[in-house]
Design a protein. Structure first.
Length: 121
């Protein structure tokens, strides 16, 4: 036998399980049986599952409604902010126009008056 075959033969020879192995396996089997029994009990009560489905559907619908309301509120607040900014801009432009008109009158007023006086002479 070559070394690979010998190693394979050693690995595949029967070994005795450690002490308490069968007890641990049986404990796991019992635990799985209890879990399975719980699932079977829940599934054997169809009214309970239907109530949970309705509760889940209600929670989903409520969360969707809240999401829509929050987004709509955000959109409205953005729109209100935009309208306030537009009003402030219009007021600022009106004030700027008034100031430009005043400055124009200060600069051109005396010049126009002197031109008018010169024409009347």
């Amino acid at each position: 036998m070559d070394p690979f075959e010998r190693s394979l033969h050693e690995q595949l020879t029967r070994q005795e399980p450690p002490e308490g192995f069968s007890l641990r396996v049986m404990e796991r089997v019992r635990a799985l049986e209890e879990e399975t029994q719980t699932v079977i009990e829940i599934q054997s009560r169809p009214g309970l599952l239907k109530r949970w489905r309705w509760a889940a559907a209600g929670a989903l619908a409520a969360s969707m409604a809240i999401t829509v309301a929050v987004r709509e509120n955000g959109r409205r607040s953005q729109q209100a902010a935009a309208e306030r900014a537009e009003a402030e801009l219009a007021e600022t432009l009106q004030l700027a126009g008034f100031k430009i008109h005043q400055a124009r009158e200060r600069v051109w007023g005396p010049l126009e008056e002197s031109l008018e006086e010169g024409e009347t002479k």
